[in-house]
Design a protein around this ligand. Structure first.
Ligand code: F6R
Length: 627
């Protein structure tokens, strides 16, 4: 949600700033801007509505030569997306420039105060109060920028990550409170950014600023203080490479990231699985004894978590409660927090609602665990323990590979907590280890078929996705993915629920995507390790399959076209549906993996067919750092 970057060093700053902004454009892309301290000592600002590419077109780079600069790419909160509201924002003299990610909650009050003192405002943003406040404090502190910024920040309520540049100051001042900010450490140069991919091309040495940190970054020094006292922050080596954060020949990040799903599964497994032992890096079993699990998340991570609930409850028989973080934050906490392990599931580790929920659970005495994809992200610093998904950097705004990596963590959690005979446990692990291959089969064998179905789906304006059991959350995820990138109105439903209302919407113009995978009868019989569960599990999955097929027949009777996701070899299904996407056979509990890969491809190709801006869907941004 807004990306900010800064550079100070010996090289030309502007190309580095533009490149860095481009790499984190997923954080917002409705307007952008840069501020450069020129070689002659004068500052120069350029900003506009639209994307970085658009900004570059009207920017004569040779007029912006200088070694210190800041930049911003915006996702509007206060004030429409426009040149006027784009960052950087300046003080009245145009000498102090600020880029900001977050929301200043008390800006209106401060603005009125500043207006009364004669300050003039040119934008509708909350951010503009910051350069004016700094200007106000500069005189008091004998023109010392660090002190002036510190005093200005003391007036602010809300969330912020800011970078400040000032005419005549050979460095940058940065600060954070509830919004992410990192410093990339270079050789006679340093970088500041909201997110690691912004600096990866330059360095993989990174310092994560903490809540309340204020930093003065110069080309050969980094000073950090908190509460006015100097602090030391550890420098970390980021394992991601620049290739990880590039498109690698794919047209869109999203397609590349879908194709990385097998690797995301493998790398996540690799982190925690040695031989036949799962080691999550902390003592889960002892901590979980006699407790239930509370999971909080938003969006796609929430759907993964709904699936995780079923996986863990099925494997380990431990009760799991799943809450939307944004709702949990304002609901009564009626449980005894000390009897709960609270887990926050967040790809970015920076989603504001999820972080608040994590803090709330902590306040109530729960042991807390962050499940995240980003090393050193805010969630990792709040939680007692962290489990990393090994998806690598995810740039496409629509989450894909992080979703399957989160599922893998749920399998590992479920199996870690499960009490089952060793042979059964090994059987599950064996099937889990085979999941990268299963995901790869969908990519290799069904992509062309899915493209054909996507062409068909792309002609419609409404669609339903249905599933049952462990595949209901996958139907919800399929619908979310389709709507956010193709703008087709899509709803995910429990297959049995359509007849309780949504049936009224079914016509020949409302296609339904039905997840119809099943555990074929007899498969369990070939796997002695599951003998204890054979009867129940086989019965249950067969029932789910038959019931869903029954629902599909009801849907067909209302005239809606049906696309089924079904297993290889299931010929029965063809009699009832209009099209079939094939996925390899798996046990029911693992079927969400191939089904997800298929639905991610379907959403991608449908959006592509409709000519949508796939990596930058309208009105969205990755990493939602505001409530
Ligand atoms: C949708 C999507 C979002 C995120 C949500 C939570 O494709 O990406 O719904 O899943 O904003 O983000 P994280 O997982 O970073 O907390």
């Amino acid at each position: 949600m807004c990306g900010i970057v800064g550079y100070v060093g010996e090289r030309e700053a502007l190309p580095i700033i533009l490149e860095s902004l481009k790499r984190i454009e997923y954080r917002g892309y409705d307007s952008c801007g840069v501020f450069v301290l020129l070689e002659d000592g004068n500052p120069k600002l350029h900003k506009d509505a639209g994307t970085i590419d658009h900004l570059k077109k009207n920017l004569s780079e040779s007029e912006y030569r200088g070694n210190v600069a800041i930049g911003h790419t915006r996702w509007a909160t206060h004030g429409e997306p426009s040149k006027r509201n784009a960052h950087p924002h300046l003080d009245g003299k145009g000498e102090i420039a600020v880029v900001h990610n977050g929301i200043i909650e008390n800006y209106q009050h401060i603005k009125e105060e500043l207006l009364n003192q004669g300050y003039e405002f040119v934008s509708e943003t909350d951010t503009e109060v910051i350069p004016h406040l700094i200007n106000l404090s500069l005189k008091k502190f004998n023109w010392q920028l660090k002190e002036a910024v510190r005093e200005a920040l003391a007036r602010l309520k809300g969330s912020y990550a800011i970078i400040v540049a000032e005419k005549g100051f050979e460095g940058l001042v940065a600060a954070r409170n509830e919004s992410p900010l990192i410093i990339g450490v270079g050789d006679r140069e340093n970088f500041i950014a909201s997110d690691v991919p912004a600096v990866l091309e330059q360095t993989n040495r990174v310092i994560y600023l903490e809540e309340g940190d204020l930093a003065v970054v110069k080309k050969d020094s980094i000073y950090i203080e908190n509460g006015g006292v100097e602090v030391r922050r550890e420098e970390r080596l980021i394992p991601w490479t620049i290739e990880d954060a590039e498109k690698g020949g794919y047209e869109h990040f999203m397609l590349k990231e879908i194709h990385e799903e097998p690797r995301a599964i493998m790398d996540t497994l690799r982190g925690y699985l040695a031989e036949d032992r799962i080691n999550l890096g902390f003592e889960l079993e002892g901590n979980a004894k006699g407790k239930s699990i509370l999971m909080v998340a938003c969006g796609t991570s929430y759907y993964a978590t709904l699936c995780g609930k079923q996986i863990i409850e099925n494997l380990a028989r431990v009760p799991v409660q799943v809450e939307l973080a944004s709702e949990f934050n304002y609901s009564d906490f009626v449980l005894d927090g000390t009897n709960i392990i609270a887990m926050a599931i967040t790809q970015s580790g920076e989603t504001a609602d999820t972080l608040m929920a994590l803090k709330k659970a902590k306040r109530y005495g729960s042991k807390t665990v962050a499940i995240t994809n980003v090393l050193g992200s805010s969630a990792t610093r709040i939680a007692d323990e962290t489990i990393y998904t090994g998806a690598g950097p995810e740039i496409g705004v629509a989450a894909t590979k992080s979703f399957v990596a989160q599922l893998v963590i749920f399998y590992l959690l479920g199996l870690s907590l499960a009490k089952m005979p060793e042979s059964e446990f090994r059987g599950y692990l064996e099937e889990l280890r085979g999941m990268p291959k299963i995901a790869q089969i969908v990519l290799d064998e069904e992509d062309t078929n899915i493209q054909r179905h996507a062409r068909y789906l792309s002609k419609y304006e409404h669609a339903f996705f249905v599933g049952r059991g462990v595949n209901l959350p996958i139907a919800l995820e399929g619908a979310l993915k389709l709507k956010e990138i193709s703008y087709i109105h899509a709803e995910g439903y429990a297959a049995g629920e359509l007849k309780h209302g949504p049936f009224a919407l079914l016509t020949e113009d409302t296609p339904v995507v039905a997840i119809l995978t099943r555990q074929p009868l007899g498969k369990f019989d070939q796997q002695p390790f599951k003998k204890s569960l054979i009867k129940n599990a086989t019965q249950a999955s067969q029932n789910i399959y038959e019931k869903t097929l029954g629902n599909v027949k009801e849907i067909k009777a209302r005239g809606s076209p049906v696309i089924a996701i079904a297993e290889e070899g299931d010929e029965e299904v063809e009699k009832y549906v209009d099209a079939v996407i094939r996925v390899p056979e798996t046990s029911t509990i693992f079927s969400p993996i191939p089904n997800t890969v298929a639905l991610h491809l379907l959403a991608y190709w449908t959006a592509k067919e409709r000519g949508c801006e796939i990596d930058k869907p309208r009105n969205l941004a990755k990493s939602v750092t505001v409530e």
